[in-house]
Design a protein around this ligand. Structure first.
Ligand SMILES: [Zn+2]
Length: 337
């Protein structure tokens, strides 16, 4: 993010006694990690980790392609033995390094940290394995499916018994007017490497925990396979029978106890956006000036830059503060002085 996105001049961000830091989905699968951060995957060749990755979409293919150096290992591409982030957001790795630095440098001012964790099953209405085309062909990642297309039979669930429920979901999703169903690559599968927190962020918040004897809150979302769940506050279409999809009033009340709620993470076009919009709509005090968005600690999914920019513009109009991590740290240092 460039300086034009910062609406508050240096020193204009009041640093308060009680800061709740919210990190949205700072997970390996969303980060454009350099090869040295990817770790080895002993099954990657037999499981087709790399080969499967190449079929998941243009950005993923380009990213993995950049890792492959067939000359580096005579036995095969080195990258085939590495984990590959499933849905790398361009710029996310650097965002995570800035978040880690912010935790370390503002440590004594931070009173609480919540990390949200995108947590999916492999079979999910927003993953390719759920769907097939009219001609029984696989549905590629990054396909959008509208309610009308489902009704017309262009796409259908592979499990025929899921059709009525999927149709109800798409109808209600579109009625809410925020998103069209997107089929993403399988990502943040519970128990996988990609579900783990970025190592630098985890190391930084572990230092904060050790120093302050407080536990970082972990907020899991996305485990109901019948609804997308971008927002950490509630699912895109809450399920009356699943409290985990409904408005998380307890977390909103906890956030509201802080003087300042500082938010960063991935992706700015989707999960950060949806979470912040829901916090702004439902924060009990409606003190939206307590919310600070760290504009250089979030990035949009590739191709969704405009959505992130519109989101930031709208939030600024609603009274939220936008600033860079450097400006925020300057304000922390100024208060310390
Ligand atoms: Zn997800």
């Amino acid at each position: 993010m460039d300086a034009a996105h910062c609406t508050s001049a240096k020193g204009d961000i009041p640093v308060t006694d009680s800061i709740h830091l919210v990190l949205i989905d700072p997970q390996n699968d969303f980060c454009d990690l350099p090869a040295g951060w990817c770790g080895s995957d002993p099954l990657s060749e037999s499981a087709g980790g790399l080969t499967a990755g190449l079929t998941t979409g243009p950005q993923t293919a380009a990213f993995i392609g950049s890792l492959v150096d067939p000359l580096a290992d005579p036995a095969g591409p080195t990258a085939a033995k590495l984990h590959a982030p499933a849905l790398p957001v361009p710029g996310a790795h650097q965002d995570m390094l800035r978040i880690a630095r912010l935790i370390d440098e503002a440590s004594e001012r931070i009173s609480a940290i919540t990390v949200t964790l995108d947590s999916h099953h492999r079979l999910d209405i927003a993953h390719p394995g759920f769907w097939t085309t009219r001609d029984d062909l696989p549905v590629a990642a990054f396909t959008q499916i509208t309610a009308a297309q489902l009704r017309a039979g262009d796409y259908r669930p592979r499990d025929a018994t899921a059709l009525a429920r999927a149709q109800r979901y798409l109808d209600e999703l579109e009625q809410r007017g925020r998103y069209t169903l997107m089929v993403w690559p399988v990502h943040c599968e519970i128990g996988s490497w990609g579900h783990n927190v970025h190592p630098a962020v985890k190391a930084a918040y572990n230092r904060w925990e050790d120093q302050h004897l407080r536990v970082v809150g972990k907020l899991s979302k996305g485990s109901n396979p019948w609804t997308e769940h971008y927002s950490a506050v509630r699912a895109e279409v809450p399920d009356a029978n699943d409290p985990a999809t409904q408005l998380n009033a307890a977390w909103l009340a906890e956030l509201d106890r802080a003087d300042q709620i500082v938010i960063a993470g991935e992706a700015g076009s989707h999960c950060v956006r949806a979470t912040v919009e829901d916090i702004a709509d439902h924060l009990p005090s409606q003190r939206l000036d307590k919310l600070v968005l760290l504009t250089d600690c979030m990035s949009p999914v590739g191709g969704f830059d405009a959505q992130q920019q519109t989101f930031l513009d709208n939030m600024r109009k609603r009274g939220l503060r936008l600033c860079s991590s450097a400006d925020f740290l300057s304000a922390v240092a100024a208060r310390r002085a």
